[in-house]
Write a protein that binds this ligand. Structure first.
Ligand code: NAG
Ligand code: NAG
Ligand code: NAG
Ligand code: NAG
Ligand code: NAG
Ligand code: NAG
Ligand code: NAG
Ligand code: NAG
Length: 437
């Protein structure tokens, strides 16, 4: 044997206890740990290697998310994350302790997150083939399961109990909790809603399962069950199944399924072939809610599907596409799903009552576009000409909508903006250059 080969073999044997033995049946001993950015420690795999638990490096930076992901498929989709989605720096560590279960600490050893409080001593951890990381106690019963603390995704075999909630991410690459929620309310309804990020106040729902009963408990939904063949249903007190999405005809065979509340507020059920040589090699949407998030969000508070002053159009996959109107630009240039600001001054000066400021703006005509909840005045009967002029000469007016012979004047910030054929009207929007005399 040549030296390099012996050396390689020696290294292999050395690494063996750390990298493979602990993974054969998904079991992880108390005391085991993984360090972010350290390639000599590897993620904890489930027995089938379908799922991994560990640190996932986020794109383009030296940050790591403690998470669970699909290990065998190319895009290694993340299905759960700890620490409310806040990533950690290289050198951070996660380990299993008997008293606190999973403990995440920063490179200085300060605790960032843990699975505590747990009621019993942990005997071992296990990355289950279902995608749930489980802490098992002395009597072989589960004392903590990641399935009970879902983030933005539900998996087959997972159950959401009454009071349960999924939060969307902030954006595709930012896993902090975002503006959208899926909640199973105490009254039995499963709802999607937007919320205020600071106070968590929930705004009006934009989807509901109709599984609520204000009077009769037996008719209320109390669990959302995602079964192993990919169907998701609300189970009522009388054990009735109210299936969300298709009730038959899901592709059967070797597929992964997941239901994710996407960062843009759309709840989607996807499937993906398990084997490498099957097609398509990506997640294919099977069902999603709501049907058209651009028009279905009607909460009087909040932004709507996109940011303030933005316009939402629905794409072929029922996902929102957000864009700023002409004359407006993104407050955060890297995130088109957020607020837009006017690039020109839109304000009232002392002599504006003279009506002269109509000369200052151009009016953009936008077909089938509306911000339905930003009205401050309705003028009727009004012609197109009158509607345009009224907005142009009104320093409070950011846009006006004409539908039939009604003219609605709108103020900033415009919210719930949408461009869709259901709008059936046109908008005149103040825009562009401040004309100088
Ligand atoms: C998993 O494998 C380890 C090491 O071989 C063994 O100690 C443990 O009992 C096994 N656990 C289960 C649940 O089979
Ligand atoms: C760890 O592995 C990754 C990918 O294989 C590589 O990019 C990185 O440089 C490695 N880090 C260290 C510290 O070796
Ligand atoms: C893995 O999950 C399945 C389904 O919930 C369960 O039957 C099994 O006991 C779990 N395994 C462990 C080690 O918890
Ligand atoms: C994610 O977004 C939140 C809220 O905007 C921000 O505080 C946080 O720094 C972002 N995280 C990363 C990793 O960029
Ligand atoms: C809102 O929810 C987040 C996450 O659950 C929590 O950290 C925060 O304290 C809550 N804020 C308020 C005001 O309740
Ligand atoms: C509640 O609903 C169930 C099923 O619809 C019905 O059988 C039962 O009589 C109802 N109970 C009351 C108190 O109305
Ligand atoms: C999953 O639920 C669907 C809808 O109720 C049902 O048709 C199917 O038989 C269930 N699958 C299993 C494995 O129970
Ligand atoms: C989103 O909207 C912009 C502006 O209207 C358009 O250029 C772009 O093609 C749209 N993208 C998709 C994916 O529909």
């Amino acid at each position: 044997m040549s030296y390099p080969l012996v050396h390689a073999l020696f290294c292999f044997l050395l690494l063996l206890p750390f990298s493979t033995v602990a993974q054969t049946n998904g079991t992880v001993d108390v005391g085991a740990s993984i360090t972010a950015g350290d390639n000599s420690t590897t993620p904890w795999l489930s027995a089938s290697q379908d799922f991994a638990f560990g640190f996932k490096q986020l794109q383009d930076n030296n940050l790591f998310l403690l998470s669970i992901w699909y290990y065998k498929i190319p895009d290694q989709t993340i299905v759960w994350y700890a620490n409310e989605g806040v990533p950690v720096s290289a050198g951070s560590k996660v380990g299993i302790t008997a008293g606190k279960g999973l403990v995440l600490s920063d490179p200085q050893g300060r605790e960032l997150w843990s699975s505590a409080p747990i009621l019993n001593q942990v005997a071992y951890g296990s990355m289950n083939d279902t995608g749930s990381f489980v802490l098992v106690g002395g009597g072989s019963f589960n004392i903590w399961e990641s399935f009970k603390y879902p983030t933005d995704t539900l998996l087959p075999m997972q159950i959401m109990e009454s009071g349960g909630v999924l939060f969307s991410r902030q954006s595709e690459k930012n896993f902090s909790r975002g503006r959208f929620q899926l909640r199973l309310l105490k009254d039995g309804n499963l709802v999607l809603n937007t919320r205020d990020l600071v106070t968590n106040l929930s705004y009006d729902a934009y989807y509901w399962s109709n599984t609520y009963d204000g009077v009769n408990i037996t008719n209320r939904g109390y669990q959302v069950i995602f079964n192993e063949t990919g169907y998701i249903f609300v189970l009522t007190g009388s054990k009735q199944r109210v299936v969300l999405g298709p009730t038959t005809g899901l592709p059967s065979g070797d597929y992964y399924y997941r239901a994710t509340l996407n960062f843009d507020g759309v709840l989607t059920l996807y499937y993906h072939p398990k084997t490498e040589n099957a097609n398509p090699k990506t997640w294919t949407p099977l069902w999603s809610e709501p049907d058209n998030i651009c028009v279905d969000i009607r909460a009087s508070q909040g932004r709507g599907a996109c940011g303030f002053n933005s316009i939402c159009t629905i794409d072929d996959y029922k996902r929102p596409n957000c864009s700023c109107p002409e004359g407006y630009s993104l407050l955060d240039p890297n995130d088109k799903y957020r607020d837009c600001k006017p690039n020109f001054p839109l304000r009232c000066e002392e002599d504006d009552h003279k009506g002269s400021n109509g000369d200052l703006y151009d009016l953009l005509v936008l077909i089938d576009t509306d911000w339905p909840l930003s009205d401050y005045e309705e003028l009727k009967p009004f012609s197109e000409e009158m509607c345009r002029n009224s907005c142009l000469h009104d320093c409070f007016c950011a846009a006006a909508i004409l539908r039939g012979d009604s003219c609605w004047k709108k103020k900033l910030p415009l919210s719930n903006g949408r461009k869709d054929s259901v709008v059936n009207g046109k908008a005149f929007m103040k825009t562009g250059a401040l004309k100088t005399d």
